[in-house]
Write a protein that binds this ligand. Structure first.
Ligand SMILES: C[S@@+](CC[C@H](N)C(=O)[O-])C[C@H]1O[C@@H](n2cnc3c(N)ncnc32)[C@H](O)[C@@H]1O
Length: 357
């Protein structure tokens, strides 16, 4: 240790120590949010008005002593409001929209199982830092796969058909008339199913290299009643089956691939001459200096544990990272031979890129 403590500015030390303690409080409380999700505590609080710990425990079939401690953590973090006069706890409707309603556009609770999966692979990640080896997507704790579906599905339900498809040149009309669509790196198929529900004349195939995700996607499509126009297959993007697609989509997966240029090049071959490539990626600026904010911080953390190891586990091992930014992403598409490419639209969380052969 080579710090000379006599030269430190004590106020700066104290200020940063306060920040580090607040971060630790948030990080440990994230495990409490996970419990609130798994045990249905937020669901039971939503719209219920003020409840005592005993009432919440009764409604969720849990033990009061644990619930009381959990509520104290939630109150001290500002998640629930504590009414000291009658010792009750209330989840404001605005907080319920974020924590308890999977159909809400503001819902974020799916991120907490992803954090659990990141912790589950933390020692493996430390080893990967030392060896430089990758960690395959399939090697992670399964809470990653359902968490990703839960965190992205609200974006697709509320933005994909409403905002992103209309931002692409002529794609809405083509899907309405009947198009052939590939959803590459589809995971549990949330985006594929949203598109299939909106465009009944079109035919969709979701591809992913992770076989368990493909099995889950097939079941989800059947459950959603769109199994007649949606199929799912295990396949890597670099060897994408099929040809003459009108639209090929990559939702939050191009940067997870070992060789994004090879994946995009194969897509170009598989597209119809007048087809469209849609690439949705995490929002980011072109350089780290533009990304020094909390949303990028979250994405960089995911990139450390999930995205970069996934890429480094595959042929190419380019390690694009989840914060590549628009210039680098459009350059990848250019290297793959796409003549026309642009940022079609963007949101606080996503960049929506369009490319044509
Ligand atoms: C962050 S998840 C996104 C899943 C889905 N698109 C969504 O938005 O919910 C990334 C997905 O890319 C898949 N993937 C990674 N590399 C791949 C490759 N080379 N070919 C096909 N799929 C790949 C992973 O298996 C994983 O399902």
């Amino acid at each position: 240790m080579s710090i000379d403590h006599t030269t430190l500015d004590p106020e700066r030390v104290e200020e940063f120590q306060g920040l580090a303690v607040a971060e630790a409080a948030a990080a440990e409380s994230a495990a409490c949010v996970y419990l609130g999700d798994v045990l249905g505590l937020y669901e039971a609080l939503a719209g219920a008005g003020p409840l005592t710990s005993a009432e919440l425990a009764r409604r969720t079939d849990t033990h009061e002593r644990y619930v009381r401690e959990w509520l104290a953590n939630q109150a001290s973090g500002g998640y629930v409001t504590y009414h000291a006069d009658d010792d009750t706890f209330e989840l404001p409707d605005e907080h319920a929209a974020v924590l308890a309603d999977p159909d809400s556009p503001a819902y974020v609770t799916g991120i907490f199982p992803i954090i659990a999966a990141a912790w589950a692979s933390a020692d493996r990640a430390a080893e990967a830092f030392r060896t430089g080896e990758g960690i395959g997507w399939h090697e992670h704790d399964p809470r990653l796969f359902t968490g990703v579906e839960r965190i992205f599905a609200p974006l697709y339900r509320h933005q994909l058909v409403q905002d992103w498809i209309p931002a692409l040149d002529g794609v809405h009309d083509r899907l309405t008339a009947g198009a052939r669509v590939a959803d590459v790196g589809c995971g549990h198929g949330a985006s594929t199913i949203v598109l299939a529900e909106a465009y009944p004349n079109s035919r969709f195939t979701g591809f992913d290299s992770h076989s368990a995700s493909i099995a889950a996607a097939s079941k989800a499509a059947a459950d959603a009643g769109v199994g007649d126009r949606v199929g799912f297959e295990v396949a890597a993007a670099e060897t994408l089956p099929g040809r003459d697609y009108d639209l090929v989509c990559f939702f939050d997966c191009l940067h997870d691939m070992g060789d994004p240029v090879a994946a995009a090049r194969r897509t170009r071959e598989a597209l119809a001459d007048d087809g469209t490539l849609l690439v949705v990626e995490p929002q980011a600026g072109d350089g780290l200096s533009e990304n020094l904010n909390q949303i990028s911080r979250l994405f960089y953390a995911g990139s450390v544990f999930l995205c970069t190891p996934s890429s480094l586990s595959q042929d190419g091992a380019i390690g694009l990272g989840a914060q590549a930014g628009p210039t680098r992403l459009l350059d990848v598409l250019g290297q793959a031979g796409f003549g026309e490419r642009r940022v079609a639209t963007e949101t606080p969380f996503n960049l929506i890129l369009e490319a044509r052969p």
